[in-house]
Design a protein around this ligand. Structure first.
Ligand code: SAJ
Length: 421
């Protein structure tokens, strides 16, 4: 049945979710405090990069199915998809969830649905949202259907995963879970599992924590293999031949707004108990500094040298720089006296030290560091780069390049996780 849905927060999750509901028979009002976002959306334009999203948004806006505003209005469903960033002290910043919940209170009526999609610490629905909803004239446990249904889509494949991924709905009671499930069935083809809000909150956090802890294990393996003088990537390949082993990939650190953030939401609530989770975060956070010191060992000293970094986003083939470990590496390098930095990343339009031409970026370079394994880098012709560099040295932090080919061209090839220096 057609519903009027008010989505609060038009970012990486709220915008595609709005467009999906609008494209599947509902009337959607998107709300964002940022006027620039609202104005451009009403013209059918978006300011984030995500495959196919621009065309979908253009269509639903032009058909009048999706409109944007800066304040909420009466609706049958309210979906909160605002950011939950991390504070300096590694606690969750819940101000946006709190403000969004408060902003809908004047518009609530009996039988409305209120859904939290933002990734949140355990207890958010029950302890933060329900008391605010109780400030309305309604009894939120009896008059509203409230649930947490965490987003689980991966940037770069959001529109596909919104439809295909399984979903969890954690309602404050069974009827809330069932109503919210029915709503998402408008476009979700994956299975929808029902539970309570705190379990749903914990599921979302543990999915990203699982990945973060596994990457930390892979990074620890990389450090051990460097000391041991063997290749962690070989250990990974051969160990993963075992049917129950899945060692993740080492790298220069873990970025994005999810893996680098969400585990802290558990640590915050259980500082004494969440020992492995905290250690994994610290292990991954230390990787940019490791790449920095490995670069220093390769060059003897960094002062006065030119370093070129290929790829600065938090992962391949996207333009997203949020929490990118390469930005931290850049900050560490910037502190070195007389260092020259140049960056090349075809996905990033504007950043300091950025060259639009790889040859220009590599000219006079003493060390080329592969930061992110964008697929287009497979086409790099090191034959052309060879005469331009000052020193033929490459540090591959992703096991991306063909070591033999690079060697054959006379470059010194260093690999994160392999013990040469
Ligand atoms: N990374 C490694 N080694 C690996 C895998 C990843 O170093 O073996 C690094 C990447 O380079 C990147 C970071 O981890 O810097 C995170 O990348 P990712 O692809 O693992 O995940 P995200 O942050 O883009 O999206 C994750 C997804 N969660 C899971 O796969 C469990 C996605 O499904 C979630 O919706 C998203 O977080 C989110 O919004 O929470």
């Amino acid at each position: 049945m057609k519903k009027k849905i008010c989505v609060l927060g038009l970012g990486y999750i709220g915008l595609p979710t709005s467009a999906m509901f609008a494209n599947n028979g509902h009337e959607v009002i998107g709300v964002d405090v940022n006027e620039a976002v609202v104005n451009s959306l009403n013209e059918g334009k978006i300011i984030i990069e995500e495959p196919y999203l621009d065309a979908l948004v253009y269509e639903v806006v032009n058909l009048g199915k999706l409109k944007a505003k800066t304040t909420p209005e009466e609706a049958d469903v309210f979906i909160i998809a605002v950011p939950t960033p991390i504070n300096e002290d590694k606690t969750a910043m819940m101000d946006y969830v709190e403000a969004a919940t408060r902003s809908i209170v004047p518009y609530l009526k009996k039988n409305d649905m209120v859904i939290l999609e933002s990734t949140s610490p355990p207890g958010t629905v029950e302890k933060l949202m329900m008391p605010i909803l109780d400030e309305s004239d309604l009894n939120p446990y009896e008059d509203l259907y409230v649930a947490h249904s965490p987003e689980r889509v991966i940037p770069g494949k959001i529109l596909i995963e919104l439809v295909e991924n399984n979903r969890i709905v954690g309602g404050i009671n069974e009827v809330s879970s069932k109503k919210v499930k029915k709503l998402y069935e408008s476009f979700v083809k994956g299975e929808i599992f029902l539970t309570d809000p705190t379990t749903a909150e914990m599921c979302k956090l543990m999915e990203n924590t699982f990945r973060d802890v596994n990457i930390a294990l892979a990074n620890e393996l990389a450090l051990i293999c460097e000391e041991l003088g063997i290749n962690a990537w070989d250990v990974r390949t051969f160990s993963n031949k075992h049917p129950r082993v899945d060692i993740h990939m080492p790298g220069p650190g873990v970025g994005g707004h999810c893996l680098a953030v969400d585990p802290w939401f558990i640590v915050e609530k259980f500082p004494q108990t969440a020992k492995i989770i905290r250690l994994a975060r610290e292990t991954n956070d230390a990787m940019p500094a490791h790449v920095f010191s490995k670069s220093k060992k390769i060059l003897g000293q960094l002062a006065g040298k030119k370093i070129t970094i290929l790829g600065i986003t938090y992962k391949p083939d996207i333009d997203d720089l949020r929490e990118s470990p390469i930005l931290e590496l850049i900050e560490l390098l910037e502190e070195v006296k007389d260092i020259k930095l140049s960056l090349f990343d075809p996905f990033v339009k504007d950043f300091k030290y950025l060259s639009t031409d790889i040859k220009e970026a590599c000219t006079d370079s003493d060390l080329i560091i592969l930061g992110v394994n964008h697929k287009v880098f497979e086409e790099i012709d090191f034959n052309e780069i060879k005469p331009l560099v000052s020193e033929r040295r490459i540090l591959d932090t992703r096991n991306f390049f063909d070591a033999d080919k690079i060697d054959a061209l006379g470059f010194e090839y260093h690999l994160l996780g392999k013990g040469t220096v």
